[in-house]
Design a protein around this ligand. Structure first.
Ligand SMILES: NC(=O)c1ccc[n+]([C@@H]2O[C@H](COP(=O)([O-])OP(=O)(O)OC[C@H]3O[C@@H](n4cnc5c(N)ncnc54)[C@H](OP(=O)(O)O)[C@@H]3O)[C@@H](O)[C@H]2O)c1
Length: 231
């Protein structure tokens, strides 16, 4: 039976590469994206192996929309909470609306998707939730001004991972968090114009796919830095 994988942020830099690589590995993929057109090439090529759920986590009713799609998650094996939003600005200049946006995309969305996937994950013998965080959220790592809200919402996902691994250890669901270094995507290039990212989205997606599919047995409740250099 093929492995069923749910991915949020499926239309973006790392996400679209995850979708592509997982489909090529023979997985069934549920892609959560704001715009189905972003995965249309993969849809044409892989047909029913790819299901697309269109949601914007900034819509007030995104949890209700997710709820209407519950049936899609009933036999999921792997969830990759990949969606993320970065706003780089001095803390005192943030509006509460912007702070709420970062909380919604980086934290609330991952919690809501995870809740929807738990019943299916409980039935899987390879259940693995992989949360995508950042090196800047890891305790003791180099920190950058402007990323107070981004990094702290991503740190919340790190702690969520550790607690969930403990809470669901008897159900066989493994939770891990990958704290990425810089990756050459729109997010990085908008936030740090002119700077050079350490990795490409293709190579990072390759690592995440292998980790999600093949390394579950070796890790649970871990926050793993995926960075060849500091920062
Ligand atoms: N690039 C880096 O240097 C870096 C470093 C550390 C960690 N990360 C993390 O890696 C993950 C992927 O980021 P990326 O670099 O690939 O950046 P990206 O190209 O900006 O992708 C982020 C994706 O998040 C989704 N997203 C953003 N706002 C959303 C909203 N309102 N509703 C629903 N989905 C939303 C989007 O998916 P759709 O386009 O499909 O709607 C978007 O493509 C993120 O969690 C990020 O924090 C990136």
């Amino acid at each position: 039976m093929s492995t069923k994988v749910v991915i949020s942020g499926a239309g973006g830099g790392i996400g679209i590469n995850l979708v592509d690589q997982l489909l090529n590995e023979g997985c069934e993929v549920i892609a959560i994206t704001r715009n189905a057109l972003k995965v249309s090439t993969q849809k044409e090529k892989f047909g029913d192996l790819l299901k697309v759920i269109e949601i914007d986590f900034l819509q007030n009713n995104f949890i209700e929309i997710l709820d209407t799609q519950k049936h899609e998650f009933h036999n999921v094996d792997i969830l990759i909470n990949n969606a993320g939003l970065l706003i780089n600005k001095p803390f005192e200049e943030f509006s509460m609306v912007e702070i709420q946006k970062l909380i919604s995309v980086n934290y609330s969305a991952a919690l809501a998707i995870t809740q929807n996937c738990i019943p299916g994950l409980k039935k899987s013998d390879r259940a693995h939730v992989v949360n995508i965080s950042t090196m800047g959220a890891v305790q003791g790592s180099v920190k950058f001004p402007g990323l107070s809200i981004y990094a702290s919402t991503k740190a919340a996902i790190c702690t969520f991972t550790e607690v969930m691994a403990e809470e669901y250890k008897n159900e066989g669901i493994h939770f891990n968090c990958l704290a990425l270094g810089s990756v050459d995507t729109d997010m990085f290039n908008h936030a740090f114009p002119g700077q050079h990212a350490a990795s490409s989205p293709i190579e990072i997606a390759k690592f995440i796919v292998d980790f999600s599919l093949n390394k579950r047995e070796l890790f649970n409740g871990k926050i793993i830095p995926v960075a060849a250099q500091t920062p």
